[in-house]
Design a protein around this ligand. Structure first.
Ligand code: C2O
Length: 549
């Protein structure tokens, strides 16, 4: 294992997309940001220097950061932001993880332009549990806004209404040929016939789950959220914001010079305003040596067929096909005995409009979102520091409700009272508690799946279903043998998921919907895992350069 050094200089950069030039926040002037490639066991020292007016933090999405939440990154949860002119070194070691993860800004909506792949190769001389690919290619989906995303969200929060939707989806920062004036901004992957390519897919879009297909090619899913899965074939992949998925794409032998579209567009269950446009890239087969382009008959551009926008049966089927490898080399250590059972409702709600103002949310209110009816209020100092120094008073309450504050019964219709409670509350867990958590979507306003992301842990998805979770019947059907293990799971619209994890990582760990608009509205909370008794079961002390608020 080695130590790898990176420098992330946060700078403004002019970028043109869709015939619009604007100044965006970048890492080292690059959009998307630089690719980090490391190995299991390596240590990373990433020096982030902020040269822009905005406050910045960077999150290493999916890295467990064992006992080391100081390097996790969510603003006001594990650290105060890096202010203009300041530097902070994210210092962490990759322990027991390998696969595709990613990094992104974790403050306000800055992750719209600050993101990039974080690829963890297996240890030296360790192979993949699948055929060695000829080439590996990161495919990172994003959302492009012609306006400044920071203006969009701050305006939405002021008026209480929904924010403007994006103007395009992107693959590796490029909208692709189906959008206006974007033909030259098309991601192109040149391939050789008869080879296997590993596509490392990341959904960095702000607010939409995506379907992805490549025309005339079947994809073999081999990994989700940097954990191997039992391989299965599919025409289409569903990927929610925050998730990563590795697939093998085998090129055919017979298509010299042919071009195929690869494209992605949203999966949405609700009505309302959303961007339903399609991003496309091109898979281009190289010509055999002896051919010249002129002598070839031009083949048509093959286009993929994506499922309909609201194809919930495809989405459900896809997510239930994901199973962990669960073999002797990669066992599925599903917690068998549960110490604590929790039930959380997740969904949208409302807050009253400020006096003498008009608000654009439902019935003149402001949109809000909550977990167990608590809409998380961002503190003004970081929770992890307050916890470590024993200064929680006035910062957070340790009494996050373990049941919904308002009794919930899913009928598909909104109840009379949609108001949320506002507060900064954490749920305290003793070290090594094994947790079962049911997350029930309320679909009270708008009907969208919520991709819930847990920092600091991977969890097993032991069950999911539609309608009300039934504590008497559903647990009997839980999969404790080979459930998929991951860090982000879509709670289906009008349904529920059950997850299990072992709280073996002391610290404060954020959990939130990875749709940025829902995070902004308060669909977030934090777990506080206490230290264990042994010295190697305690949160390490903070680094000396940890930013202060
Ligand atoms: Cu990828 Cu808390 O985020």
């Amino acid at each position: 294992a080695i130590t790898r050094h990176y420098e992330f200089n946060i700078t403004m950069q002019n970028v043109t997309r869709l015939c619009h030039t604007k100044s965006i926040v970048t890492v080292n002037g690059k959009f998307p940001g630089p690719r980090i490639v490391t190995r299991e066991g390596d240590r990373l020292l990433i020096k982030v220097t902020n040269h822009v007016p905005n406050n910045i933090t960077i999150h290493w999405h999916g890295v467990r950061q064992l006992r080391n939440g100081w390097a996790d990154g969510p603003a006001y949860i594990t650290q105060c932001p890096i202010q203009t002119g300041q530097t902070y070194v994210y210092n962490y070691t990759i322990i027991g993880q390998r696969g595709t993860l990613w990094w992104h800004a974790h403050i306000s909506w800055l992750r719209s332009t600050l993101y990039g792949p974080l690829i963890i190769l297996p240890k030296k001389n360790v192979t993949y549990p699948f055929l060695k690919p000829f080439k590996e290619v990161p495919i990172i989906f994003g959302e492009w806004f012609n306006a400044d995303p920071e203006d969009i969200i701050s305006q939405a929060l002021q008026t209480g209404g929904g924010p403007n939707v994006s103007d395009a989806y992107t693959i590796n920062g490029l909208p692709g040929l189906l959008y206006n004036c974007s033909a030259k901004d098309t991601f192109k992957l040149k391939v050789k016939p008869g080879k296997t390519y590993l596509l490392r897919m990341i959904n960095a879009a702000l607010n939409d789950e995506l379907f992805f297909s490549v025309a005339n090619h079947t994809l073999t899913v081999v990994e989700a959220d940097a954990l191997y899965v039992k391989p299965f074939e599919t025409e289409t992949v569903l990927i929610t914001p925050g998730q990563t998925t590795n697939v093998l794409l085998k090129t055919k032998s017979e298509y010299p010079g042919a071009t195929f579209l690869m494209s992605a567009r949203p999966y949405v269950t609700g009505q309302g305003t959303f961007d339903n446009s399609t991003v496309a890239g091109i898979l281009e087969y190289e010509l055999p040596m002896l051919h010249s382009t002129k002598s070839m008959n031009k083949l048509p551009l093959f286009k993929p067929i994506l499922p309909p926008l609201n194809d919930t049966s495809f989405a459900t089927n896809f997510s239930t096909r994901l199973r962990s490898l669960a073999n002797s080399q990669f066992p599925a250590n599903v917690p068998r005995n549960v110490d604590r059972h929790y039930f959380f409702t997740v969904g949208l709600g409302t807050n009253p409009c400020d006096k003498n103002k008009t608000c654009q949310g439902p019935n003149g209110t402001k949109f809000a979102a909550s977990i167990n009816n608590v809409s998380f209020v961002q503190p003004t100092t970081a929770l992890l520091q307050s916890h470590f120094f024993g200064q929680s008073k006035g910062v957070y309450s340790p009494y996050f409700p373990v049941n919904p504050l308002n009794w919930f019964n899913y009928t598909g219709n909104p109840p009379n009272n949609t108001m949320v409670n506002n507060g900064t509350k954490v749920l305290v867990l003793p070290f090594n508690t094994s947790v079962e958590l049911i997350m029930q979507d309320t679909s009270i306003l708008g009907a969208e799946s919520h991709p819930l992301h847990l920092h600091g842990f991977n969890f097993f998805v032991v069950g999911q279903g539609f309608g009300n979770f039934d504590p008497n019947k559903d647990p009997a059907k839980f999969n404790l043998i080979d459930p998929v293990e991951r860090n982000t799971i879509g709670v289906p619209s009008g349904g529920w998921v059950a997850i299990r994890f072992l709280a073996d990582n002391p610290g404060v760990w954020f959990m939130h919907c990875h749709l940025d608009v829902h995070t902004s509205w308060g669909l977030k909370m934090a777990w506080l895992v206490l230290d264990g008794k042994l010295p190697n079961q305690k949160l390490v002390p903070p680094p000396s350069d940890l930013p202060q608020c």
